[in-house]
Design a protein around this ligand. Structure first.
Ligand code: C5P
Length: 232
């Protein structure tokens, strides 16, 4: 599994996104496109970024009945993205259907990873709002195991959980971890963070980095620093 830094392109328009990507002359970083940009610009933004030669993690977190997810995943797969995701809470059957939809006629498909419990959900809201009474760490690991049973490639998780996910699901099961900050950087609204170097030590396969790169004075230098600390 190739370790890589994925830049979260949390921009509101294609114009702002390309203004940012144009700074990377000669380099083609792996980028994450989330709901904001996708809903603003539609599939065209995915095709354009792909045509420029970037790998793409399309972070749309699907969660619906298996048939709808299967058909929607087929559409996303045709866009040529490299990683897609969904909510493991949609059940094993939904995850299996998603994999079927993603698989292209030639047998290839994007990687498929699951969101377990969102990091914005805590023990209290999970118990009171969702009526899930187990400890949240257990729920996260159980959902990761469900994703593995369904045949998925990995999960999105906190870098603090990456080691445990590998212990439970194996080292081949990939961990994609946001919540990364430089040791001397701003934490912002993230609560539990790790440096790229720590994320590497704990075994994250991909780190997703947004503002430490997108809001940096020199985004290219910040990206290169991430790569140096995490990959090299
Ligand atoms: O700017 P920052 O580095 O905090 O961006 C992190 C990215 O990862 C954002 O796109 C955010 O939505 C995403 N993310 C996260 N925590 C999760 C799942 C996704 O921060 N648990």
């Amino acid at each position: 599994m190739g370790k890589d830094v994925i830049i979260a392109c949390d921009f509101s328009s294609a114009e702002k996104t390309f203004e940012f990507l144009d700074k990377f002359t000669g380099k083609k970083p792996f980028v994450k496109i989330g709901m904001e940009l996708y809903y603003a610009e539609g599939p065209a933004i995915v095709k354009e970024i792909k045509a420029r030669g970037h790998k793409i993690f399309l972070d749309l977190k699907l969660h619906d009945i298996p048939n709808t997810v299967k058909k929607s995943m087929a559409v996303l797969s045709n866009l040529g993205v490299d990683i897609c995701n969904l909510h493991a809470g949609g059940t094993i059957r939904m995850m299996e259907a998603a994999l079927e939809g993603l698989t292209r006629p030639d047998g290839s498909r994007p990687l498929l990873i699951a969101v377990t419990q969102l990091t914005s959900t805590d023990q209290e809201s999970m118990e009171n709002d969702l009526l899930i009474k187990a400890p949240i760490d257990e729920v996260v690991m159980h959902y990761a195991e469900n994703a593995k049973k369904a045949g998925l490639d990995g999960v999105v998780c906190s870098p603090l959980e990456a080691g445990k996910v590998h212990d439970r699901c194996g080292n081949e099961f990939i961990t994609v971890t946001p919540g990364v900050r430089f040791a001397d950087g701003d934490i912002g609204d993230q609560k539990r963070v790790m440096t790229p170097e720590q994320a590497k030590l704990i075994g994250s396969d991909y780190i997703v980095v947004g503002r430490p790169i997108t809001a940096a004075e020199d985004p290219v230098a910040a990206y290169e620093r991430c790569v140096r600390e995490f990959v090299d």
